[in-house]
Design a protein around this ligand. Sequence first.
Ligand code: ZN
Length: 210
Amino acid sequence: MPPKAPIDFNSVRQAFGDGPDLIRDWFLRGKHEDNPFEGFIFTWIAFNGWAERATGLERDTDWIQTLAVSDEMSRDFAELLDWNELAKKAVRRLMSAAPVFKSSWLRKKRRELHLSDSEPGGSRADQVDFWLAAPDVKANFRPACARMHRQQRDRLPFNWAHTLHAVYQVRCNLFHGEKARNNALDARFTADGRRILTAMIEATDLFGVS
Ligand SMILES: [Zn+2]
Protein backbone atom coordinates (compact mmCIF):
# COMPACT_ATOMS: atom_id res chain seq x y z
CA MET A 1 0.00 0.00 0.00
CA PRO A 2 1.47 3.39 -0.96
CA PRO A 3 2.11 5.91 1.80
CA LYS A 4 -0.60 8.46 2.38
CA ALA A 5 -0.26 11.17 -0.24
CA PRO A 6 -1.51 14.68 0.48
CA ILE A 7 -4.91 15.67 -0.90
CA ASP A 8 -5.65 19.29 -1.76
CA PHE A 9 -9.34 19.54 -0.94
CA ASN A 10 -9.52 23.08 -2.27
CA SER A 11 -8.13 22.23 -5.71
CA VAL A 12 -11.54 22.81 -7.31
CA ARG A 13 -13.71 24.22 -4.53
CA GLN A 14 -11.91 27.55 -4.44
CA ALA A 15 -10.56 27.54 -7.97
CA PHE A 16 -11.74 29.00 -11.25
CA GLY A 17 -10.62 28.61 -14.85
CA ASP A 18 -11.18 25.95 -17.46
CA GLY A 19 -10.26 22.87 -15.39
CA PRO A 20 -12.39 23.53 -12.31
CA ASP A 21 -15.25 24.96 -14.40
CA LEU A 22 -15.31 21.84 -16.56
CA ILE A 23 -15.42 19.64 -13.46
CA ARG A 24 -18.41 21.59 -12.14
CA ASP A 25 -20.12 21.35 -15.54
CA TRP A 26 -19.71 17.56 -15.68
CA PHE A 27 -20.97 17.24 -12.15
CA LEU A 28 -24.12 19.27 -12.85
CA ARG A 29 -24.72 17.36 -16.07
CA GLY A 30 -24.40 14.14 -14.13
CA LYS A 31 -26.75 15.33 -11.45
CA HIS A 32 -29.49 16.30 -13.89
CA GLU A 33 -29.06 13.54 -16.46
CA ASP A 34 -32.11 11.28 -16.83
CA ASN A 35 -30.22 8.30 -18.19
CA PRO A 36 -28.80 6.58 -15.08
CA PHE A 37 -25.73 5.18 -16.83
CA GLU A 38 -24.77 8.50 -18.38
CA GLY A 39 -25.54 10.18 -15.08
CA PHE A 40 -23.04 7.93 -13.36
CA ILE A 41 -20.43 8.43 -16.08
CA PHE A 42 -20.66 12.25 -16.03
CA THR A 43 -20.47 12.28 -12.24
CA TRP A 44 -17.47 9.99 -12.36
CA ILE A 45 -15.71 12.18 -14.96
CA ALA A 46 -16.08 15.14 -12.58
CA PHE A 47 -14.88 13.11 -9.59
CA ASN A 48 -11.94 11.73 -11.57
CA GLY A 49 -10.98 15.24 -12.70
CA TRP A 50 -11.11 16.51 -9.13
CA ALA A 51 -9.12 13.54 -7.82
CA GLU A 52 -6.28 14.02 -10.30
CA ARG A 53 -6.01 17.69 -9.40
CA ALA A 54 -6.31 17.07 -5.69
CA THR A 55 -3.70 14.29 -5.51
CA GLY A 56 -1.46 15.04 -8.49
CA LEU A 57 -1.80 11.35 -9.41
CA GLU A 58 -2.98 10.29 -12.83
CA ARG A 59 -3.32 6.55 -12.54
CA ASP A 60 -6.78 5.58 -11.31
CA THR A 61 -5.56 2.90 -8.96
CA ASP A 62 -3.09 5.33 -7.35
CA TRP A 63 -5.55 8.10 -6.60
CA ILE A 64 -8.28 5.65 -5.63
CA GLN A 65 -5.99 4.17 -2.99
CA THR A 66 -4.94 7.63 -1.81
CA LEU A 67 -8.55 8.73 -1.39
CA ALA A 68 -9.54 5.41 0.17
CA VAL A 69 -7.07 5.79 3.04
CA SER A 70 -7.84 9.47 3.64
CA ASP A 71 -8.89 10.07 7.25
CA GLU A 72 -10.76 13.20 6.24
CA MET A 73 -12.81 11.46 3.56
CA SER A 74 -13.50 8.50 5.85
CA ARG A 75 -14.80 10.88 8.50
CA ASP A 76 -16.87 12.87 6.00
CA PHE A 77 -18.37 9.65 4.69
CA ALA A 78 -19.31 8.38 8.15
CA GLU A 79 -20.92 11.74 8.92
CA LEU A 80 -22.84 11.64 5.64
CA LEU A 81 -24.31 8.26 6.53
CA ASP A 82 -25.40 9.67 9.89
CA TRP A 83 -27.87 12.10 8.39
CA ASN A 84 -28.46 11.18 4.75
CA GLU A 85 -30.88 8.24 4.75
CA LEU A 86 -30.85 7.83 0.98
CA ALA A 87 -27.08 7.70 0.81
CA LYS A 88 -27.02 5.28 3.73
CA LYS A 89 -29.53 3.04 2.01
CA ALA A 90 -27.51 3.10 -1.22
CA VAL A 91 -24.33 2.17 0.65
CA ARG A 92 -26.06 -0.63 2.52
CA ARG A 93 -27.56 -2.01 -0.67
CA LEU A 94 -24.35 -1.79 -2.68
CA MET A 95 -22.11 -3.20 0.03
CA SER A 96 -24.50 -6.02 0.93
CA ALA A 97 -24.32 -7.18 -2.69
CA ALA A 98 -20.59 -6.49 -3.11
CA PRO A 99 -18.02 -7.41 -4.25
CA VAL A 100 -18.63 -6.04 -7.71
CA PHE A 101 -17.21 -8.44 -10.26
CA LYS A 102 -15.57 -7.33 -13.49
CA SER A 103 -18.33 -7.67 -16.06
CA SER A 104 -16.10 -8.79 -18.94
CA TRP A 105 -14.78 -11.61 -16.76
CA LEU A 106 -18.32 -12.64 -15.75
CA ARG A 107 -19.36 -12.68 -19.40
CA LYS A 108 -16.44 -14.87 -20.32
CA LYS A 109 -17.12 -17.27 -17.45
CA ARG A 110 -20.82 -17.51 -18.29
CA ARG A 111 -19.95 -18.45 -21.85
CA GLU A 112 -17.49 -21.09 -20.66
CA LEU A 113 -19.99 -22.54 -18.21
CA HIS A 114 -22.97 -22.24 -20.55
CA LEU A 115 -24.86 -20.02 -18.14
CA SER A 116 -27.36 -17.44 -19.27
CA ASP A 117 -26.23 -13.84 -19.53
CA SER A 118 -28.07 -12.91 -16.36
CA GLU A 119 -27.12 -13.91 -12.82
CA PRO A 120 -26.88 -17.57 -11.85
CA GLY A 121 -29.84 -18.63 -9.69
CA GLY A 122 -30.11 -18.30 -5.93
CA SER A 123 -29.54 -15.46 -3.53
CA ARG A 124 -26.89 -12.83 -4.09
CA ALA A 125 -24.82 -14.43 -1.32
CA ASP A 126 -24.91 -17.75 -3.21
CA GLN A 127 -23.90 -15.99 -6.41
CA VAL A 128 -20.99 -14.27 -4.70
CA ASP A 129 -19.83 -17.58 -3.21
CA PHE A 130 -20.13 -19.22 -6.60
CA TRP A 131 -18.03 -16.63 -8.44
CA LEU A 132 -15.48 -16.18 -5.67
CA ALA A 133 -14.88 -19.94 -5.78
CA ALA A 134 -14.03 -19.85 -9.49
CA PRO A 135 -10.40 -20.96 -9.77
CA ASP A 136 -9.43 -18.05 -12.03
CA VAL A 137 -11.33 -15.28 -10.25
CA LYS A 138 -7.98 -13.70 -9.26
CA ALA A 139 -8.44 -9.92 -9.04
CA ASN A 140 -11.63 -9.75 -11.09
CA PHE A 141 -13.65 -8.09 -8.32
CA ARG A 142 -13.52 -5.15 -5.93
CA PRO A 143 -13.04 -4.58 -3.06
CA ALA A 144 -10.08 -6.95 -3.30
CA CYS A 145 -10.43 -8.02 0.36
CA ALA A 146 -13.98 -9.35 -0.18
CA ARG A 147 -12.91 -12.99 -0.17
CA MET A 148 -10.96 -12.57 3.05
CA HIS A 149 -13.98 -11.00 4.77
CA ARG A 150 -16.13 -13.87 3.54
CA GLN A 151 -13.74 -16.49 4.82
CA GLN A 152 -13.83 -14.76 8.19
CA ARG A 153 -17.62 -14.68 7.97
CA ASP A 154 -17.69 -10.90 8.20
CA ARG A 155 -19.76 -8.70 6.02
CA LEU A 156 -17.93 -6.03 4.06
CA PRO A 157 -17.57 -2.89 6.20
CA PHE A 158 -19.89 -0.09 5.08
CA ASN A 159 -17.08 2.44 5.19
CA TRP A 160 -15.51 4.85 2.72
CA ALA A 161 -12.55 2.71 1.65
CA HIS A 162 -14.60 -0.38 0.84
CA THR A 163 -17.39 1.60 -0.79
CA LEU A 164 -15.02 3.61 -2.98
CA HIS A 165 -13.37 0.43 -4.28
CA ALA A 166 -16.77 -1.10 -5.08
CA VAL A 167 -17.92 2.06 -6.86
CA TYR A 168 -14.68 2.09 -8.85
CA GLN A 169 -15.46 -1.40 -10.18
CA VAL A 170 -18.93 -0.18 -11.17
CA ARG A 171 -17.18 2.57 -13.09
CA CYS A 172 -14.83 0.12 -14.84
CA ASN A 173 -17.76 -2.09 -15.84
CA LEU A 174 -19.66 0.84 -17.27
CA PHE A 175 -16.76 2.28 -19.22
CA HIS A 176 -15.76 -1.07 -20.68
CA GLY A 177 -18.87 -3.23 -20.76
CA GLU A 178 -21.82 -1.94 -22.72
CA LYS A 179 -23.71 -5.25 -22.37
CA ALA A 180 -23.81 -4.84 -18.61
CA ARG A 181 -26.60 -2.35 -19.20
CA ASN A 182 -29.02 -5.23 -19.62
CA ASN A 183 -28.33 -6.68 -16.23
CA ALA A 184 -30.63 -5.62 -13.38
CA LEU A 185 -27.92 -5.97 -10.76
CA ASP A 186 -25.54 -3.74 -12.71
CA ALA A 187 -28.32 -1.18 -13.11
CA ARG A 188 -28.78 -1.15 -9.33
CA PHE A 189 -25.04 -0.89 -8.71
CA THR A 190 -24.92 2.04 -11.11
CA ALA A 191 -27.82 3.85 -9.44
CA ASP A 192 -26.38 3.31 -5.97
CA GLY A 193 -22.86 4.30 -7.01
CA ARG A 194 -24.14 7.49 -8.58
CA ARG A 195 -26.19 8.38 -5.52
CA ILE A 196 -23.26 7.76 -3.17
CA LEU A 197 -20.78 9.79 -5.22
CA THR A 198 -23.18 12.68 -5.69
CA ALA A 199 -24.08 12.76 -2.00
CA MET A 200 -20.44 12.69 -0.94
CA ILE A 201 -19.48 15.48 -3.36
CA GLU A 202 -22.36 17.66 -2.23
CA ALA A 203 -21.99 16.98 1.48
CA THR A 204 -18.34 18.02 1.40
CA ASP A 205 -18.87 20.83 -1.12
CA LEU A 206 -15.99 19.28 -3.00
CA PHE A 207 -16.49 21.31 -6.17
CA GLY A 208 -17.86 24.56 -4.74
CA VAL A 209 -21.24 24.19 -6.46
CA SER A 210 -23.60 24.12 -3.50
ZN1 ZN B 1 -11.63 -5.16 3.67
